[in-house]
Design a protein. Structure first.
Length: 291
């Protein structure tokens, strides 16, 4: 090989190595969720999508961004019909803690932010929704299948030994007696009272007025503004601008979103097993959920 050819080869190899380093560094930056441009004018966008089943992953992600000093505020982008009662309450508390720490949080409701998802939004400083967003659905639901008649038809009988009268309330293997129904209604009423109290305290609404509409009905964004359930109508961009204003920014905010890891086929098949299991094993299901 000629000397000139060797020089060209070294130059080309050096350029390729440089490009690989640059791309790898950029990939690390994107995986960490940081803005490519950096700076301290950052607003984080954290998404809450789908049915709320377990709170741990969302809270971990939310707290990770909340602790970053370069992030001045958080937009909580919601597209959810709600879900598990306790999970919704835990996420609401996590959002509220960040708000109370002084870092502004603005909830931006996309297609839907109803029931448990609306409860989560109450933890933010402000709630923004589109005119056609679905919200509200302030209520509790318990549902479970009853397969007693089917079991009789196929000749199966479930034997139960229990420590108390109500130990198997909600079991799909027994008929729902009136005493069982009354017991579950007491639980529903207590959870409903908890939900209503949060709305009253966070939205500063008269309890008597709220009770009249807290019957599970849904509202559009336009209706919710009139009722005082949300603060203003607007898009995601409007929510970002509002967050920047609450954070005292004088320039247009830059946004940062945590990048989702690419999943292999095995990941798709076996990820979130605990969430799927919780859906199939929790009987009866007690939910803040718009159905």
């Amino acid at each position: 090989m000629k000397k000139s050819d060797r020089i060209i080869s070294v130059v080309v190899l050096s350029v390729l190595v440089f490009l690989v380093i640059v791309l790898y560094t950029a990939g690390l930056s994107n995986k960490s969720g940081r803005s490519v441009r950096g700076g301290s004018n950052l607003i984080a966008i954290i998404e809450l999508n789908g049915m709320i089943l377990t709170p741990e992953k969302f809270i971990e992600e939310f707290q990770k961004f909340a602790k970053r000093r370069d992030i001045r505020g958080i937009v909580l982008r919601i597209n959810s019909p709600g879900g598990d009662v306790a999970a919704s309450q835990e996420i609401y508390s996590a959002v509220k803690r960040v708000r109370d720490s002084g870092k502004p949080v603005v909830a931006s409701i996309g297609s839907a932010g109803a029931s448990g998802a609306y409860l989560v939004a109450l933890g933010a400083n402000k709630i923004v929704a589109n005119p056609g967003s679905i919200t509200g659905s302030i209520g509790v639901i318990i549902d479970f299948p009853v397969v007693v008649n089917l079991m009789k038809k196929i000749g199966i009988e479930m034997k139960v030994v229990k420590s108390g009268e109500y130990k198997d309330v909600g079991s799909p293997f027994k008929q729902l007696e009136e005493s069982d129904r009354a017991h579950l209604k007491n639980v529903v009423d207590d959870l409903q009272s908890q939900f209503v109290d949060v709305v009253v305290n966070e939205r500063h609404l008269p309890k008597n007025n709220l009770v009249e509409i807290a019957d599970g009905r849904i509202f559009t964004g336009s209706q919710a503004v009139q009722l005082g359930l949300i603060d203003t109508l607007g898009t995601l961009e409007d929510a970002i601008t509002l967050t920047g204003r609450l954070a005292g920014m004088t320039q247009k905010p830059e946004t940062v979103i945590s990048k989702k890891k690419k999943k292999s086929l095995l990941d798709l098949l076996f990820s979130d097993v605990e969430e799927v299991a919780s859906m199939t094993t929790q009987t009866p299901a007690i939910e803040y959920l718009w159905k």
